[in-house]
Design a protein around this ligand. Structure first.
Ligand SMILES: *Cc1c(COP(=O)(O)O)cnc(C)c1O
Length: 364
C-alpha cells in the first residue's frame, strides 16, 4: 500500500530547507579545506589516524549502511543508521507529531521511551492497555478503534517481542493495524529483540507498506549496547524526512568502526551462538522459576528476559541487590504490580541468580 508520507508529516519539517553539512555537499577525499577541521598530520597517533578522528565522520557511513541493509534484506535507500533506536524513536516523534495537536498510540506496559519522546515533543499519548489477565496480549480491536476515532494519531508504536512482556505481534494483526492507519499514521514496529525468537522480522514488508517503520538495534543480540547503533528501516520518503531532523554527524567515527566490527566476520556466528545460549539459559531459568512456589506468575516471552510476579517485588529486588545482583523492578507500573524483569546473562551469572532466588524463597 503506497501512501503520501508528506501529508502526515509536520508541514514545517516538509517545508524546511535542510542543513547541508560539508560532508554531505562534497566528496570526502582530496584536500579537505571545507569543514574547518585540523589536518591529519596534527596528531601523531596511529589509532587516531586509522579512524581519521581529526575529520567529521560520514553522516551515514556507506559500508555500515550497506552491511546493515544486507543483514536485514532491505534496500540501502530504506536504511537510516541512528545513535541507538532511542534516537530513531525521537526522530519519528519530532517529524510526525505537531506539539499540542498530534498524538501517538502505545499499548502499555511497553518500552518507556515512546512516551518520553512524545511528552518531550508535546504530543498526546493515547494508551490502549494490554490485557494482563490474557498473557498481556494487545487488544487489537480497541487499538484499531482508537486509531479510527481519535484525532491526530500520527504514530502507532508496536513492539515485537515486547519489553517487558515478551509477546509477539502476529503478521495478521500487524496488517490489520497497517490497514487501520492507512492515510493517517505510521506504524512503528520495534524489533529490538527479534533475533532471540523464531518469528520473522517485518523488515521486508517495508517495501510493500509505505507507512510501516521497523526499528532494529545492535544493542541486544549483537552485544553492542555501548556502541549506540540503531537502525530505522522505512520507505525512502520517511528516511528523507528523518534526515532533515537528525544531527549532521550522529555517529562518532569510533562508533561506526565498532558497529562494523560488531557485525562482521566471526561476529555473525558469535551472535548465533549467543542467541542459542540465551534460549537455553532462559529455558533453564524458566524451569527453575516454575518450581518456586513463592512466584505467582512467570512470563517466559520471546526475548532475552523473563517477567515474574511476586508478593513483594521491592523485597526481592533489595535481596538480590544485597548479593550484588541487579534486577529490574516494574512494580510501580500499571498492570505490573509485583513484577520484576530478569535478563538472561551468562551461565555463571544465572547460577548466582538462582542461588540468590533459592535463598530468598527459603526465608520468604
Ligand atoms: C533495548 C530496547 C531498545 C534499544 O534501544 P537502543 O537505543 O538501540 O539501545 C529499543 N526498543 C526496545 C523495546 C528496547 O527494549
Amino acid at each position: 500500500m503506497k501512501m503520501d508520507i508528506n501529508s502526515i508529516a509536520r508541514p514545517e519539517i516538509v517545508a524546511m530547507k535542510p542543513y547541508v553539512s560539508a560532508r554531505n555537499s562534497a566528496a570526502a577525499d582530496g584536500i579537505l579545506l571545507n569543514a574547518n577541521e585540523a589536518p591529519a598530520t596534527h596528531v601523531n597517533d596511529p589509532e587516531w589516524q586509522r579512524l581519521s578522528l581529526n575529520r567529521y565522520p560520514p553522516p551515514q557511513p556507506a559500508l555500515l549502511r550497506s552491511r546493515l541493509a544486507e543483514m536485514y534484506s532491505v534496500d540501502e535507500s530504506r536504511v537510516l543508521v541512528t545513535r541507538g533506536s532511542d534516537e530513531g524513536i525521537d526522530l519519528l516523534t519530532r517529524v510526525f507529531c505537531r506539539p499540542g495537536q498530534d498524538a501517538m498510540v502505545e499499548c502499555s506496559p511497553c518500552f518507556g521511551m515512546y512516551r518520553i519522546a512524545a511528552t518531550i515533543q508535546g504530543a498526546q499519548v493515547i494508551d490502549v492497555p494490554r490485557q494482563a489477565g490474557n498473557g498481556f496480549q494487545i487488544d487489537f480491536e480497541k487499538l484499531k478503534q482508537a486509531i479510527n476515532e481519535q484525532d491526530g494519531v500520527r504514530l502507532v508504536f508496536l513492539t515485537s517481542p515486547n519489553n517487558p512482556t515478551g509477546d509477539l505481534v502476529g503478521r495478521v494483526q500487524l496488517e490489520g493495524v497497517l490497514k487501520a492507519c492507512e492515510g493517517k499514521a505510521l506504524v512503528v514496529l520495534d524489533e529490538a529483540y527479534i533475533e532471540f525468537c523464531d518469528a520473522e522480522s517485518a523488515s521486508e514488508l517495508v517495501a510493500e507498506w509505505t507507512h510501516l517503520v521497523v526499528l532494529r538495534t545492535l544493542s541486544k543480540a549483537w552485544a553492542a549496547a555501548g556502541v549506540r547503533c540503531g537502525i530505522v528501516i522505512a520507505d525512502p520518503a520517511v528516511i528523507g524526512l528523518l534526515q532533515r531532523v537528525i544531527a549532521p554527524y550522529p555517529l562518532a567515527a569510533t562508533a561506526i568502526d565498532a558497529a562494523l566490527q560488531a557485525i562482521s566476520g566471526d561476529a555473525v556466528s558469535r551472535e548465533q551462538e549467543f542467541v542459542a545460549e540465551v534460549r537455553a539459559g532462559k529455558m533453564d531459568l524458566f524451569e527453575f522459576l516454575s518450581g518456586c512456589d513463592w512466584i505467582s506468575e512467570v512470563t517466559q516471552g520471546e526475548a532475552n528476559f523473563v517477567l515474574l510476579r511476586v508478593a513483594d517485588a521491592d523485597g526481592l529486588v533489595d535481596w538480590c541487590a544485597g548479593r550484588g545482583i541487579r534486577i529490574r523492578n516494574f512494580t510501580s507500573q500499571a498492570q505490573l504490580e509485583g513484577c520484576v524483569r530478569l535478563t538472561i546473562g551468562s551461565a555463571d551469572e544465572m547460577a548466582a541468580l538462582k542461588l540468590a532466588l533459592q535463598d530468598y524463597g527459603e526465608q520468604a
